[in-house]
Design a protein around this ligand. Structure first.
Ligand SMILES: C[C@@](CO)(OP(=O)(O)O)[C@H](O)COP(=O)(O)OP(=O)(O)OC[C@H]1O[C@@H](n2ccc(N)nc2=O)[C@H](O)[C@@H]1O
Ligand SMILES: Nc1ncnc2c1ncn2[C@@H]1O[C@H](COP(=O)(O)OP(=O)(O)O)[C@@H](O)[C@H]1O
Length: 302
């Protein structure tokens, strides 16, 4: 028997970052949104742990570890440890989420594996326990379970749903190489030069824009505190922001720690226009996706 679970990419509509804490993490006030780019994870009972990674053309699958370092395997082991069990699984990952793009593809695989193994082995793990195991695997993993649009607090692992009336369309401009999340946070610290920041907050105007489902308003409130440090590390990305403005995107924003650049559009036809405009300017990997979409969910039992 096998179980296949689909999990979405995430973006951060607001990424407010505070000063580095004693735990080695930065306090966050973020609003996540799950968008329609997905990884599918299929699990089978097996005598020992194994993982295979495949993916769509725009995904650099060779950058994904195919051993015990893979977040999906770490998730499987963590779930078993939580239940005090000893078993193993073969995990097949089909990636549609860009690797090291600031869209939490590894976290999506971890979340999908938690749900898939829970079903395969009928573990009946309570939701709160799954969220807790997820939060220890990575700050973004609980959101990949929840999906939709959600507030992220703590270091991003404490998630709660947010009212969102929108049917948003995003265009993602991928990069030909990834950016390391810890390096971007380190650069964020360097820029502060010892200054202590107040606790980060999500602006009320963002919640209003989401509640009204108004793309023009949302465009005014998108913000990411990691954008400037990421641009320090990748100054070439400035050209992508300029391209977004020149093809009429409502706003451009770095996705998480980057290097993917997101462009907010006014509906699907506009997203298609923006995609065509960027392609005509020579940007090769450009994907349009709707949001919000569901978190990790079963798509097949076989
Ligand atoms: C920046 C964000 C925004 O959603 O996502 P990505 O853009 O990477 O997808 C997240 O904060 C990334 O979360 P995730 O990739 O799960 O990070 P983790 O595995 O928990 O942590 C990796 C490392 O990033 C740094 N880190 C992470 C989260 C946080 N709030 N503060 C940090 O300083 C720490 O150095 C940590 O050791
Ligand atoms: N299942 C996985 N999918 C993607 N990356 C993984 C996975 N497991 C481990 N990794 C490692 O995590 C790093 C960051 O992964 P990813 O989640 O794609 O990006 P980001 O943190 O930018 O959102 C990759 O460079 C890769 O080495």
């Amino acid at each position: 028997m096998s179980v296949t679970v689909r999990a979405p990419a995430k973006i951060n509509l607001h990424l407010g970052v505070g000063s580095l804490g004693a735990d080695g993490f930065h306090p966050l006030a973020t609003v996540y949104q799950a968008i329609g780019l997905y990884d599918d994870v299929t699990v089978h009972d097996a005598p020992s742990w194994a993982v295979e990674v495949r993916g769509e053309r725009h995904v650099r699958v060779l950058d994904v570890p195919a051993d015990d370092d893979n977040l999906a395997v770490r998730a499987g082991r963590a779930l078993l440890a939580h239940h005090g069990l000893e078993r193993a699984a073969r995990i097949e990952i089909h990636k549609g989420i860009p690797v090291a793009g600031g869209m939490a593809g590894g976290s999506a695989d971890a979340a999908a594996t938690l749900v898939a193994l829970d079903r395969l082995w009928d573990l009946q793990t309570p939701d709160d326990d799954l969220l807790e195991v997820a939060g220890r695997l990575g700050s973004d993993v609980p959101f990949a379970l929840l999906g939709g649009t959600a507030l992220g607090e703590g270091h991003g692992e404490q998630v709660s749903a947010v009212d969102d009336a929108g049917a948003w369309w995003w265009v993602a401009v991928l990069s030909d190489r990834g950016l390391s999340t810890p390096e971007v946070y380190r650069r964020f610290d360097e820029r502060l030069d010892g200054l202590r920041l107040p606790a980060p907050e999500v602006p009320g105007a963002l919640r209003v824009a989401l509640g009204q489902g108004d793309p023009g308003r949302l465009a005014q409130t998108l913000a990411n505190d990691l954008q400037a440090p990421a641009l320090d590390l990748r100054p070439d990305l400035a050209a992508v922001f300029e391209a977004g403005a020149s093809v009429g995107a409502l706003a451009s924003l770095l996705s998480g720690s980057g290097p993917t650049v997101l462009m907010l559009c006014d509906g699907m036809p506009h997203a298609q226009e923006v995609t065509a405009g960027l392609t005509a300017l020579g940007h090769e990997s450009v994907l349009a996706a709707p949001g919000p979409v569901a978190g990790a969910h079963v798509v097949e039992y076989a």
